[in-house]
Ligand binder design. Sequence first.
Ligand code: AMP
Ligand code: MG
Length: 270
Amino acid sequence: MSKQQPLRPEIGQPVHLDDYDPDYTGDYDSKHAAKEQLEHNRDRMRELQEVLYAEDKHALLIVLQAMDAGGKDGTIRHVMRGVNPQGVRVTSFKVPTPEELDHDFLWRIHQHTPGRGEIGIFNRSHYEDVLVVRVEKLVPENVWQVRYDHINAFEQMLADSGVTILKFYLHISKAEQKERFQARLDDPTKHWKFSRGDLTVRAKWDRYMAAYENALTRCNTEWAPWHIVPANKKWYRNLVISNVIVETLEHLDMHYPEAEPDLDTVVIPD
Ligand code: AMP
Ligand code: MG
């Protein structure tokens, strides 16, 4: 496996997940080495989120996709630790309800996109509609084939409306998934996370990888880029994602809103 690998696949180029090593840890050789940077990122994220919230101008949408046990929940827990909950909203997308299925596939998604001043985190997303839906043949091919274009247009519309979009695919190996499933089986406090259905999905690993490669290729845009995060090592995954979020927020060039004039002359009555 090559020493370097891109975090952001080149736009327009086909993604081959075999080219990406899930064990990759860049220049870091241990959790300990990454700890300081992660702590620093957390502090910075807290500061930046305060301004985002106060300025009430930009929105940030973070999309997390992964196979089962890929680390979506852990990412949210670790990366967002300490951020003011008032400005962050996490939405987990499950099997659609009958009402949701009566609408277009983006209907349920749009209701949860972040408003100005907010960070929205999607634990699964509209991408399920070209992943599980495609592999499990929940709709005919002609229906899911046109969704890539729908998704790009939808995300462009959000971006044009002031939403910065970051999409992360947490890349774990099939062997790592097995270990994490086993850990869930071995620990009674983790049993709730395991379902036999997860093994049915695991059995179709290669088909899911092919579906992911398509989504990562066809929906990788300037306005909503994909990041392929090496995720076998949880600490590296957290570090990479927090790096990207901090860099992105810093680029927004945010400012606290203008205060009312002459606040230094205000006297608070007894
Ligand atoms: P979990 O993330 O373990 O709570 O599981 C949520 C389940 O909902 C996963 O099996 C997803 O594949 C499934 N799911 C999410 N979105 C959709 C969708 N649009 N169509 C079908 N299944 C979905
Ligand atoms: Mg599950």
